[in-house]
Design a protein around this ligand. Structure first.
Ligand code: NAP
Length: 527
């Protein structure tokens, strides 16, 4: 695929109006051709207008047409996977083999959403038939279905340049819901972004859809990103990235004359609690597994287990020794961008400045932006006095907390802010303590894992990648998994309608053959 570096707005390519940028290969600290166009508010306006023009016809596509469109994107991603992985690897320093897996996962996700569309359950069709004889007042026929929210702005993150980027879960779920998408491409991987955008726009054309169903713009976040969120024709925002960026866009969206929802995934330290019997039985294995997961993606992962808490006692020293051994054995590796490398260094210094003891350090690397693994230890009392230690350090660093007793462990669990996940390692004798911790963790996280690790994330019907603030700006939803589609839907009720005017999902003879709730009972029958 030839990369032109142009802005891809609908079916048209646009040259730069605000200069260009070159991608950086962070492993060699050299720039890579070609130059990528930067746009401004005119391009944002063009993309948002086209998306608005596309909305009515795209939202009205049959389930079969929309599902086939999503499958075309999946096929295109499969075909482009080697090239996409190669380019993404150059732009991120992450291994190409890992990125091929990410491309495959992205393709699978589009196929899974095609299945969701075909099933039609996302419409949540609900029917309360008329009750003309009801006393003291007759009930009119009420029918509800969910429709698409409107054009959605998508902001991807730098650390998963495919699965949280242009062809990631946000785009897949918004398109599945029937929403046109305008992506603000991440400037850290412009080439990988262009490949993904070309795959999607080719699928738009091949499916005979309105060109405005998908556009990709590029520019500075504080210019085009803000303009996109401000645009009156944009109806919602999906964001993955830093807490600062997510909250800036969230506040912006709430200050619009017509505020719109922002689904931002931002930060999580994914605390891991090792309970006494599990610690005594397999401290070494848990410590080794934790350290292995914490180093995945050079620690640049939203599900990185960053804090391990265990009550001092049998197994603690074995756990600690295993963590130290793995971190000491790992050498520094290229981080995503110079900015992320610098922030990592500063955050490691911030942890050290609290008085935390550094107990392991990976070997230094040769690259300029190589992040050195680091492991710190603090006491539970220290952690309670220093809530800043619960903040994310984005990179290959983690914290071991030597907890004095069970009461202190419970107090520490209460100290955490909202998380994407929390993990318990517990044997049968630990179950009473696990049961005590569970309501504390449920209140603070979107997913509780037992005797495993949160990473990798499953993409399925029950999977949740969300949680209370600051993990996300809206704990009612997930950004990964099939229910991610719900962010981009809203309910409409049709009262007293003749059958001929009803949407297909709500007609008497159920022409789509979908599951519907009739008087509160699920059925696939007429109603
Ligand atoms: P980022 O710096 O927040 O950037 C994300 C995107 O938002 C970029 O396109 C960026 O554009 C834009 N943006 C940032 N601030 C903005 C602002 N004030 N106004 C408008 N647009 C803005 O995040 P990142 O570098 O991609 O990722 C690193 C961070 O993401 C880490 O802190 C990590 O914890 C978090 N993360 C979280 C998850 C999760 O699921 N919770 C997943 C992955 C990453 P510009 O670059 O042009 O500014």
């Amino acid at each position: 695929m030839t990369l032109t570096g142009n802005l891809l707005i609908g079916a048209t390519e646009y040259s730069p109006t605000r200069g260009t940028l070159l991608a950086l290969d962070p492993s060699t600290d050299t720039t890579i051709e070609p130059a990528f166009a930067l746009g401004g508010i005119e391009e944002v306006d063009r993309a948002a207008r086209l998306a608005d023009e596309a909305f009515d016809s795209y939202n009205a596509t049959t389930l079969a047409v929309r599902a086939a469109f999503l499958e075309r994107i999946a096929d295109g991603l499969d075909a482009a996977a080697p090239e996409l992985a190669q380019r993404a690897s150059l732009e991120t320093g992450l291994p190409a083999a890992q990125l091929e897996g990410e491309a495959a996962r992205a393709a699978t996700q589009f196929r899974q959403f095609a299945q969701v569309v075909r099933q039609g359950r996302f419409r949540q069709a609900t029917i309360d038939p008329a009750q003309p004889e009801r006393q003291p007042r007759a009930r009119m026929d009420h029918r509800m279905q969910k429709i698409a929210l409107g054009p959605i702005a998508v902001f991807g993150a730098s650390n998963f340049p495919i699965s949280y980027s242009v062809a990631g879960g946000d785009t897949a779920s918004a398109l599945a819901a029937g929403c046109p998408v305008v992506v603000k491409a991440h400037n850290a991987h412009p080439g990988a972004s262009e490949i993904q955008a070309r795959v999607i726009r080719e699928a738009v054309a091949a499916s005979g859809l309105h060109e405005g169903v998908f556009s990709m713009i590029r520019g500075e976040g504080t210019q085009v990103g803000e303009a996109l969120v401000d645009h009156p024709l944009i109806s919602g925002v999906a964001f993955t990235g830093s807490e600062g960026g997510g909250m800036a866009l969230y506040r912006r969206a709430q200050s619009r004359p017509d505020p719109i929802p922002v689904f931002a995934e931002m930060t999580s330290v994914n605390p891991t609690f090792v309970l006494p019997d599990a610690l005594a039985a397999r401290g070494h294995v848990i410590g080794d597994g934790f350290a292995e997961r914490m180093l995945v993606n050079v620690g640049q992962a939203c599900l990185k287990p960053a804090i391990l808490l265990a009550v001092d006692g049998p197994g603690f020293d074995a756990l600690k020794a295993a963590m130290i051994a793995r971190v000491d054995a790992m050498h520094a590796r290229t981080m995503l961008t110079p900015g992320i490398f610098q922030a990592y260094r500063q955050n490691v210094e911030r942890v050290r400045a609290t008085g935390a003891a550094q107990i392991a350090e990976g070997a230094s690397g040769e690259g300029r932006w190589d992040g050195r693994p680091a492991l710190f230890e603090v006491s539970g009392a220290h952690m309670l006095e220093e809530p800043s230690l619960s903040e994310e350090v984005f990179g290959p660093s983690a914290l071991l907390v030597r907890v004095a007793d069970v009461e202190q462990l419970v107090a520490l669990a209460r100290q955490f802010r909202g998380q994407l996940s929390a993990t318990l390692h517990a044997d049968a004798a630990d179950h009473p303590l696990a049961a005590r911790l569970l309501p504390i963790l449920e209140r603070r996280t979107g997913r509780v894992v037992i005797n495993a690790f949160a990473h990798p994330q499953e993409v399925s019907y029950a999977s949740i990648h969300g949680g209370p603030f600051p993990a996300t700006t809206d704990s009612r939803f997930t950004s990964v998994g099939m229910s991610a589609i719900e962010r981009f839907l809203r309910p409409v009720c049709y009262q007293g309608f003749p059958d001929a005017l009803l949407p297909e999902a709500l007609r008497h003879d159920n022409p789509l053959g979908i599951w519907r709730l009739t008087d509160g009972e699920p059925a696939r029958t007429q109603a």
